[in-house]
Every structure is written in C-alpha cells, then in structure tokens.
Design a protein around this ligand. Structure first.
Ligand code: ATR
Length: 275
C-alpha cells in the first residue's frame, strides 16, 4: 500500500483526500491519502517522519515556502515561485519539490474556455500573498501583455515584482486602474472577514473574466460582488484545486487522471456544504 498526505495548518476541510482517492480508483492504484495538521515549529520533523514510510506529500498554507526550502532538488517553476506544493523522494533518497498550482490554474482556465489564451492578455491580480507567488511563474510563461498587482500592503506587491523581475509585471493602486482587463484574479483573504476588495468599474468590460482562487462561501461572496459590478464570466478555484492535484498525481504515479468528472462531483459537495 502506498501512502500520501497533505500537510497544512489548519487542514481539516481539505478536499485533497477525496480527489486523490478518486484519481487512484481510475487506475486501480491502492493508496491511502491522509491529512496532517502540524505547527510551523514541527513542520520539518513531520515531513522527515512522513517520508520514513510515505511516497508523496502535498503542501498547503502556511508551509509552501518552508517546503521549498527543505527540498534538495526542485523544478524550475518551484524555484521561480520559491514555494512548493508537492514533495517526493527520488532514487537517491533526496526530497524533491515542485509547484503545480500555476499549472492547475492555467489548465483550468483552458478547460473553462478552450480559446482562452493569456498571450497578450491584460491581467489584474488582487492580492500579493503566497497563492499569487505560486501561480505567477506559469502566468508569466504564457506571455501576457501586462500583469498588474494591486495589494492592500504596497510593499508586499513590490517584493513580488523584485522576486520575479519581469518587464510585464507592475504594481498599481486601485485608483490607478483606468482601463479594462481581460482577466482579473482574486487572491485575497479579505472575503473571510466579509470585506470585499474594490474593483473600479473601468477595470471591467463585457469580456472580462474574474477568476477567484478560492472556492465555497468565500468565492460565492466575491462572485456576487463581481456580478454587481457587471462581470459576465466568473470562475471559482475548485477546478484549479483538482488540476493541481492531477499534476501532483502525475508526478507521483506517472499517469494523468481524468479531472472533469471528479470536479463536477466536488462542485455538488461544495454547493451542499454552503447551502
Ligand atoms: P494566500 O497564501 O492565500 O495568498 P496570504 O499569503 O496570507 O494568503 O495572502 C493574503 C492576501 O490577502 C494578501 O495579499 C493580503 O493583503 P496584505 O498583503 O495587505 O496583508 C490580502 N488581504 C487579506 N485581508 C485583506 C483585506 N481585508 N483587504 C484587502 N486585502 C486583504
């Protein structure tokens, strides 16, 4: 029996065990996938302890940067993001890291609209936390025209600009948004405290897609907000969650699971949970 887990703090409501169990069933792979709740002080020990018997770990908030730092080998996208959401051991018994969040985001966006292409797109990102750090390498790889970051704390957005050092990437303040964006990515945790980040009307037109990296109640609140502002196309982050999991699964098992049936079941589960 193979052993996998997701580590975070908190972790109770993770959907990863359901997703990976369903992927494994598609291929008749026998595995366990558990949730591990640990504290920042115990994170490194918990990872080493897990790998005495386990094959692969997903990493979630707040440990993605720590996971990247403890790995001996990493992919280019994890190095660019300076954060990791997947760990495994190679044949030399070294811990390896990758970051599949950006892949999951782009893959889901392509599913939502096969013609949707970020090449030359004008992108606005609300927030500058760990989630943005994880997806920026894959977004920049799509060669957008411009990626503007707006964040409550300007210094944090400026830190991302320095980290990624890319000529399409810039920081603005809300009052400086005068033109429409093709894609607006919402990544703040503001909705958790019932606050909604401001989007000026000028930043939205008929074609604007709003993609919320979260799902469930938090995304629901932002969806209502976006619709009131005239947004016609809204996508929540559940598809990204499933697609990043599929890429983790591919890294561990070298086979690519079908994602869309798993996603539609999860949509029903989440809808029931918030109704
Ligand atoms: P994650 O890993 O989910 O990105 P995070 O790293 O804690 O979480 O980042 C949370 C983001 O939400 C940050 O951009 C944060 O802004 P600050 O950098 O100013 O803290 C943003 N955020 C949280 N609460 C907010 C609020 N009430 N209004 C606007 N932005 C908020």
């Amino acid at each position: 029996m193979l052993h996998f887990a997701v580590i975070g703090h908190p972790i109770n409501h993770s959907l990863s065990p359901i997703i990976h169990t369903q992927f494994a069933e598609q291929y008749g792979i026998s595995l366990t996938y558990e949730t591990i709740n640990t504290t920042p002080n115990h994170f490194i020990n918990t990872v080493h302890q897990f790998f005495k018997t386990g094959q692969g770990l997903n990493i979630t908030v707040p440990f993605k940067q720590a996971a990247f730092q403890l790995a001996s080998q990493c992919s280019d996208r994890a190095r660019m993001a300076q954060s990791a959401n997947v760990l495994w051991k190679n044949e030399a018994d070294q811990i390896c890291a990758d970051n599949t969040d950006g892949f999951g985001f782009i893959e889901d966006l392509n599913y939502q609209n096969e013609l949707y292409c970020l090449k030359n797109a004008e992108i606005l990102i609300l927030g500058a936390g760990g989630a943005v750090q994880g997806i920026l390498p894959d977004i920049l790889n799509q060669v957008p025209k411009q990626v503007v970051i707006v964040n409550r704390t300007l210094a944090k957005a400026e830190r991302l600009i320095t980290q990624f050092n890319h000529d399409t990437l810039r920081v603005k303040q809300t009052h400086q948004l005068h033109t429409p964006y093709d894609l607006i990515i919402h990544s703040t945790s503001a909705t958790l405290s019932n606050q909604l980040p401001d989007i000026p009307k000028q930043a939205i037109n008929q074609q604007t897609v709003v993609y919320d990296l979260s799902y469930g109640m938090s995304a629901q609140l932002f969806k209502m907000h976006a619709e009131q502002l005239g947004v016609k196309q809204f996508v929540d982050g559940l598809g990204m969650l499933v697609e990043q999991a599929a890429e983790s699964f591919f890294i561990w098992h070298h086979v690519r699971p079908k994602t869309r049936t798993v996603l539609s079941q999860l949509h029903n589960t989440v809808k029931k949970a918030i109704s």
